[in-house]
Write a protein that binds this ligand. Sequence first.
Ligand code: NAD
Length: 466
Amino acid sequence: MSSEHQPPAGPAPAEHRILNPATEEVIATVPATTPDQVDAAVTRAAEAQRQWAALAPGDRARLLRRFAATVDTHLEELAQLEVREAGHPVGNARWEAGNARDLLEYAAGGIERLTGTQIPVAGGLNITLHEPLGVVAVIAPWNFPMPIAAWGTAPALAAGNAVLLKPAETTPLTALRLAELGLAAGLPEGLFQVLPGAGPVAGTALVEHPGVAKVVFTGSTGVGKQIMARCADGVKRVTLELGGKSPNIVFADADIEKAAAAAPGSFLDNTGQDCCARSRILVQASVYDRFLELLEPAVKAVTVGDPADPATGMGPLISAAQRDRVRSYVPDDAPVAIRGEAPEGKGFWYPATVLEGRPEDRAATEEIFGPVAVVLPFEDEADAVRLANATDYGLSGSIWTRDVGRALRVSGAVAAGNLSVNSHSSVRYWTPFGGYKQSGLGRELGPDALAAFTETKNVFISTEEQ
Ligand code: NAD
């Protein structure tokens, strides 16, 4: 949701009804965690963390590998749960379950390699140590419930911490199942707990709890700013993965057919509910018309419908509220260039939509978080970079060109954490991920993921005679 998003007024619900967004059927009812329950969970987690951190690194690694193996044997079940609670096409949901497993394996492999350094000094020995932080809160959004839960949880556990995971109100089911699988794999009781509930209640209680050492938040920039301000009080550690309005820059010297064929995936994947969505398509003016001609059939070729069908490319939006929000960016007089199809009837459907317009339009500047992109022409390289950077966000972006010098110049000039050249791929669990500017703070994934869940302690040992 955007920074204008406010929680609904009135008392927080005691439970959350989980809807299948493709059918609007209630598939589960999940109790909401109260602040008292958060407090009790922190106490249990702190006790479990002390035991966990005292284990030999090889034993922690073995348990996390067993957790990964248990997830592996439940991949299809987890994927089907993601299809039902988040409306993701089953092919994507399978990738997401595999990503959670991969993260656990990767983090387990980092445990014995989380080494300190020895730095030359006079008169003694200087070493650095990586110590776990304690209890870490991971607050996850609804758009990729399973991977994002794992991105925070796996490295935090590997580095010797306990994790309290608060999933989004609409999508707690895969997170709850992951915690059960962790216990079944032999993780100590209390080490990894899932606390479903309302952001302003369970989320706030976690952020403000003095027993929580770090908050890893993935969600909207507005809520991220509030969390950062709350963390300031106790100088609590914080990692923020926030919104985006990423550019897809197509130069005239690119393979235009390839760029147009790839573009739909970059803003329609996950029905556009993707922080990395390339929702601003910047096209060099000399190939603008040709690009739009090629884009239209590519957008219309994306199959929209039942997420459980392996042929489906795009499912529904997560909720009626999200659909209303997306609609608000496409008023009746909007300059629609391309419009796809969407099913009628039950389910939170919205068609793929490409708008023309001006760089200052609301649809071209705000994160829509739906299957809507804006296409804008640019004159030259400097103009492309200026447009790409004309946003408070800086999460990702793509550059299409055959000129390697230009690819490197533009990659250097665009202020974003994850750029791809002649590709839209942004996420690999073994490469770092995170945002510039108001898209975030800190990095997840990649070789430094575990270190982000530690304090570095410097110890100097004098060798003077005593
Ligand atoms: P959101 O900010 O509304 O909610 C995210 C999580 O925060 C939920 O679990 C929610 O319950 C909780 N929350 C809400 N208010 C809170 C509060 N006051 N204190 C503590 N927790 C609170 O975001 P969303 O609508 O669930 O997710 C969509 C947003 O997430 C988009 O802006 C998207 O770009 C962003 N996102 C970013 C990344 C990234 O890696 N940069 C990845 C996925 C999603």
